[in-house]
Design a protein around this ligand. Structure first.
Ligand SMILES: Nc1ncnc2c1ncn2[C@@H]1O[C@H](COP(=O)(O)OP(=O)(O)O)[C@@H](O)[C@H]1O
Ligand SMILES: [Mg+2]
Length: 360
C-alpha cells in the first residue's frame, strides 16, 4: 500500500524516486565503494535503500544503527559485529555461500544457518575482509548502515578508520550510509580533515529532496485511488499546503484517513498528534542535554530567524546566555537537521515539526 506507515521494501509501494533509485543502483553496479544517501527525516531514505537492496542482485547486509544504538546503548565492535552477523543469519543461500569465508574469522562461529560472535578476539576488519572474499565470488557485497551518524558513538571502535581501510583495500565491498543528521554524519566522516582517515576519499552523494507540490498531490491522489477512498481536490490541496512534500507526513495523513475513516481536519489533527509524539521521542535526548534547545526551537518556529533575535528570545526565557555557547547549540540543531540556515536566517524546514515546536 502506497500509504503504509513503515519504510517501504518493494518498488510498487515506492512513489516516484525513479531517478534516485537508478542512480543508487548504478553506483553500486559500477563498483563504487562509498555511497551516501542524505536528506531530512521522513523523506524516504530507508525506503529507497530497502528497495534498492531488494532489486540489486548482490548479497547485502543492512544495519539500522540508530535502532541498535537506542536499544543497546552502544555501537562498539561486538554490537555492530553482532548486527552484521544477525543480518546474515537464517539466509540460506547467503550463509551457505559465505560460510567458507566466515568460518575463518576469529571469534565467529557458524552453526547451521546461525552466525555468532564467540570470543573477544572478534575484529570487524577481519569480518569485512571475509565478506570481501565472498564478494569476489558473489560479484560484490553491499553493506548498508542506516542512520550512520550514530557510528560516531563507537568508543574505542573507530568506524571512520575501519571504513577508510575497507574503501582503500576491499574492492568487492560497497558501503551505503544513510543520514538524516547530515551535519553530524559529515562531522563523523571528516572528509575534509587532513588528519582524518577518510580525508579526500571519493564518496557518491545522493540527496533526497521533498516532493514538489505537483508530485505531492499526485502521490495523495494515487494513494487514495488505490483503496477507492473518496477525497476532494480541496482536501488534497490543503494537505499539501500543510504537510509540504514530505512523504512521511503525506503518507501518514493518507493512512490515517483511510484506516480510521476520518475527515480532513480530524486526520490533520491526528498527524499533528503523532508528530508531537515522534518529535518528543526524537528530541528527548537533546532536551535532557540542555533545556535551551527547547526554547531555541520554539523561537525559530515562532519566526525569529536572525541569530540575535533567537538569542534574545532565549535569554528572555532562560536568562542570559553566553554567545559562543548559544552559537554552538544553534549549530548543533542545524547539524541534526532540525534547523536550516538559509541566507543568514534560521528556519525549521519541516512545517509539521514547526507547528509542534511552536507549542514547546
Ligand atoms: N517515495 C515514497 N513513496 C511512498 N511512501 C514513502 C516514500 N518515501 C517515504 N515514504 C513513507 O514515508 C515514511 C518515511 O519514510 P522512510 O523511508 O522511513 O524515511 P527516512 O528513512 O528518510 O526517515 C514511511 O512511512 C514510508 O513508507
Ligand atoms: Mg530511515
Amino acid at each position: 500500500m502506497l500509504f503504509s506507515p513503515y519504510p517501504k521494501t518493494k518498488r510498487e509501494e515506492l512513489f516516484d524516486r525513479d531517478k534516485e533509485l537508478r542512480e543508487l543502483k548504478e553506483a553500486v553496479e559500477r563498483g563504487e565503494r562509498l555511497i551516501l544517501l542524505l536528506g531530512l527525516r521522513r523523506l524516504g531514505k530507508s525506503s529507497l535503500l530497502n528497495v534498492a537492496l531488494n532489486e540489486l542482485t548482490y548479497p547485502s547486509i543492512k544495519v539500522d544503527v540508530r535502532k541498535t544504538y537506542s536499544e543497546l546503548s552502544s555501537v562498539n565492535r561486538y554490537v555492530i559485529g553482532k548486527m552484521l552477523l544477525s543480518g546474515m543469519s537464517g539466509r540460506k543461500k547467503l550463509v551457505e555461500e559465505a560460510k567458507l569465508f566466515l568460518e575463518r574469522v576469529k571469534g565467529v562461529s557458524v552453526s547451521g544457518l546461525r552466525l555468532e560472535i564467540t570470543s573477544k578476539d572478534f575484529s570487524i576488519t577481519e569480518l569485512l575482509e571475509a565478506l570481501n572474499e565472498y564478494g569476489e565470488k558473489a560479484g560484490r557485497v553491499v553493506i548498508a548502515f542506516d542512520e550512520a551518524q550514530y557510528l560516531r558513538f563507537g568508543g574505542a571502535t573507530r568506524y571512520d578508520g575501519i571504513l577508510a581501510y575497507a574503501i582503500d583495500n576491499l574492492e568487492n565491498l560497497t558501503f551505503i550510509l544513510t543520514g538524516s543528521e547530515v551535519g553530524l554524519l559529515f562531522d563523523f566522516l571528516k572528509f575534509n580533515d587532513p588528519e582524518a582517515p577518510l580525508f579526500g576519499r571519493y564518496h557518491h552523494d545522493i540527496a533526497l529532496e521533498r516532493f514538489n507540490p505537483d508530485l505531492s498531490r499526485e502521490f495523495l491522489r494515487m494513494g487514495f485511488e488505490e483503496t477507492k477512498f473518496k477525497v476532494t481536490e480541496r482536501e488534497i490541496e490543503g494537505a499539501v499546503e500543510e504537510l509540504d512534500g514530505i512523504p512521511g507526513w503525506l503518507s501518514l495523513y493518507g493512512y490515517i484517513r483511510i484506516t480510521r475513516k476520518l475527515g480532513h481536519n480530524e486526520a490533520m489533527e491526528e498527524v499533528l498528534r503523532e508528530a508531537k509524539a515522534i518529535a518528543g521521542n526524537e528530541l528527548s535526548r537533546l532536551f535532557n542535554y540542555s533545556p535551551r534547545y527547547r526554547f531555541i526551537l520554539k523561537a525559530i518556529a515562532l519566526n525569529y530567524s536572525r541569530w540575535k533575535d533567537i538569542r534574545d528570545y532565549l535569554s528572555l526565557k532562560l536568562g542570559p546566555v553566553n554567545d559562543s555557547n548559544f552559537s554552538a547549540l544553534l549549530e548543533n540543531l542545524v547539524k541534526a537537521g532540525y534547523v536550516e540556515k538559509k541566507g543568514g536566517r534560521y528556519l525549521i524546514p519541516d512545517p509539521v515539526l514547526a507547528k509542534v515546536f511552536r507549542e514547546l
